[in-house]
Design a protein around this ligand. Structure first.
Ligand code: NDP
Ligand code: MG
Length: 394
């Protein structure tokens, strides 16, 4: 049996992770849960899953919950609280389903405490990929990707491994692999033809993802293709590929979740209807596979036509920013990520237009003085500084 602490248990990934735990009570026990402020849902999760402790980031809400629970279990608060849940002694696996760079430090502390990580929080690898992968290697913890594209690659690599599975590459390039190709739905605006089409986009338009149902921030990132850019950086760190060997192809049906091309030109892909439950469950059950009665079985006939096309880099500049930031390295990806977090929030709050997101990221990248090989503290400080004053360009 695995013991899980779920950071961000009230979100889209967190609730689906709990559905999997509910379906497999003999495989998973929940020992820790956390949310930012949705204590109503957290309370229900506490009643059902009986964790040993929970954390609520918002301190006022944490006080409310403490009063209501009458000290049945500890309710930790703020960042310290998240770190407690990330390091609970009874947890062997931490599911990081937080959104944003707030997820970096809990991941690092969990790794240092020897926990395996089921990682949904892609901002962790974007902002601090090198440090996180070094620590995972050093502490010999397993790092299982939840993102569907990286799960697809992980599953293809495991299928290719001589022992039939159990392959944890710790960011080292696997010799057999020539390249990886991440598929991309293209988001709701993939058919737009000119930059003018983007000027009148409202948050509600960008929040309508054609194939996936996800939290608000990643849905906006999917509309700008910054999400795909993040995934390129994630793939670089998880699978040790050079950026030239990580490709992106638009595939609006989201049926093929990514391709791995091997040196003999064989290509493996992982396939299925878009359903995050499948990659979440694989990350939780790895290296085993468990039954899944909740997901719709795949049927190629109903999947119908599968189409592929190139990304239009002029209309979707964020993907190019991510390649550039990844290649520059050092503090650049962290800065890009922080600028994106601020810009997406400004867009959701109606303070800037959709095109303003890419503009603000570019301005931030233009003024950053890159530091090579930053320490974790430098990255966290930079993230904080950009979120607070954004070099006065945000
Ligand atoms: P959601 O917005 O649905 O959920 C985020 C969770 O984190 C919630 O539990 C939220 O609590 C909590 N949270 C948010 N901000 C903070 C904070 N500052 N401190 C502590 N807790 C916080 O996000 P998703 O589940 O969609 O995404 C989670 C991560 O997974 C993201 O990095 C995303 O990019 C990645 N991902 C998501 C996919 C998806 O299908 N959703 C697919 C692939 C990757 P509360 O509910 O109280 O606000
Ligand atoms: Mg993805």
């Amino acid at each position: 049996m695995k013991t899980l602490s779920i950071l961000g248990s009230t979100g889209s990934i967190g609730t689906q992770a709990l559905e999997i735990a509910r379906e497999h009570p003999n495989e998973f026990r929940i020992v820790g849960l956390s949310c930012h402020s949705n204590i109503e849902l957290l309370k229900k999760q506490i009643v059902e899953f009986k964790p040993e402790a929970v954390a609520v980031f918002d301190e006022e809400k944490a006080d409310h919950l403490t009063d209501e629970l009458k000290a049945d279990i500890p309710v930790y608060r703020g960042m310290d609280g998240l770190l407690k849940i990330a390091q609970l002694s009874d947890a062997d696996t931490i599911v990081n389903a937080l959104v944003g760079s707030i997820g970096v430090l809990p991941t690092v502390k969990a790794i240092e405490a020897g926990k395996n990580i089921a990682l949904a929080n892609k901002e962790t690898l974007v902002a601090a990929g090198e440090i996180v992968m070094d620590k995972a290697r050093k502490h010999s913890v397993k790092l299982m990707p939840i993102d569907s594209e990286h799960s697809a690659i992980f599953q293809c690599l495991n299928a290719n491994a001589a022992d039939g599975g159990n392959k944890m590459s710790y960011g080292k390039a696997v010799d057999d692999v020539e390249s990886v190709t991440l598929t991309c739905s293209g988001g709701p605006f993939r058919n737009f033809k000119s930059i003018k089409d983007f000027e009148s986009i409202k948050p509600a338009d960008a929040l309508k993802h054609p194939t996936w149902n996800m939290g608000a921030k990643i849905t906006i990132d999917s509309a700008t293709l910054m999400n795909k850019g993040f995934e390129v950086i994630e793939a670089h760190w998880l699978y040790g590929r050079d950026y030239e060997k990580i490709k992106v192809v638009v595939h609006p049906q989201s049926i093929i979740h990514s391709f791995v091309e091997f040196k003999d030109k064989s290509v493996l892909a992982q396939v299925g209807f878009p359903d995050m439950r499948i990659p979440i469950q694989y990350a939780l059950s790895y290296p085993k596979r468990l039954a899944n009665t909740a997901s719709k079985p795949f049927n190629p006939v109903t999947a119908k036509e599968l189409t592929f096309s190139e990304v239009n880099n002029e209309l979707f500049p964020c993907l190019g920013f991510a390649y550039e930031a990844g290649k520059i390295g050092g503090t650049m990806p962290c800065a890009m990520n922080a600028a994106n977090e601020v810009a997406v929030q400004l867009f959701l709050d109606g303070k800037i237009g959709f095109l303003g997101i890419a503009e603000k990221i570019k301005k931030t990248m233009d003024v950053l003085k890159v530091v090579k090989n930053p320490e974790l503290d430098e990255l966290l400080e930079l993230d904080n500084d950009i979120k607070n004053d954004g070099f006065q360009v945000l």
